[in-house]
Design a protein around this ligand. Sequence first.
Ligand SMILES: [Zn+2]
Length: 308
Amino acid sequence: MLIDLTKEIKVIRPEGVAAFPYSNSFFIADDIRLMVDAGSGGRAYAPIDPSSVDILALTHNHFDHINGTSFFNNAQIFASEEEAPGYSIPETYYAWAGHKHWEELMGRVKIERISEDTVMPDDIPVKPGFNRIELAGLLKDNEVFDLGKNKLHALHTPGHSHGHYAFFAEREGILFSGDIDIAPGGPWYGGGFSNFDDFINSVNRLIELQPRILVTSHRRVFDGQTENITKLLKDYIGIPLEKESRIYDYLIKPRNIHEITEGVFTTNYPKKTAYIIFWAKMMVKQHLGRLLRDNKIIQLDDDYYLQA
Ligand SMILES: [Zn+2]
């Protein structure tokens, strides 16, 4: 589905829900035609003729944003300089998933593969896992794409992944914030190169832009005329901060990372696949690191944690 935000700026919505393996794309049909992200599925792109797109810019190297790059067969593909190696070197791509922590966090050797867990819809042309993508250029922070009537600013906004980018059409005040996605459950920072401190800074950077319209990768369009976008972003980052204070409270007794994850993070999770538990533990690890750094907790023998 196509949503017109201005004459040239459009959101491409997947046919079904904009959740893995799908995501929203952001399209500027100007003199130069630029698409941000490639995870909306083949049927969603059909109305705009993907072979007419000149530039495809990728927010980050996660499957649900990059699986449809082959639809854009005439486009120059740009990805962040921080994540460029992940498009050509399989070992680097897999290292970023953080799976070296699997045994430590899950207590056993990793056997699950996400590609085997998930059946792909027929308009997603590749399977999860490493997919080689030829890049024509690298995104740098504050780079501006001059497309004709519109300019699009690329903003390095790490945290979800280390080379995550958001895109801002400044004249129109329209922000595409990628996986700073205002998900009701809060942000995801469970990768090997995710960083929650960076995530907070990135959200604050986006708040300072005071966007008029906010588009994210996995939700509907938010219009600042009827919604408070600053509050949406603040509440979104407030969710993990609140969890962090609950972790602190929970450490009134010594607990290990498994108990903390179950007690604070995954208690009400509807689905608890091995991946979901692993990612939750990766996120708890980040909060424990912050609490240790701030001298609020201490680490005991056998990897138990306790309030300082
Ligand atoms: Zn992502």
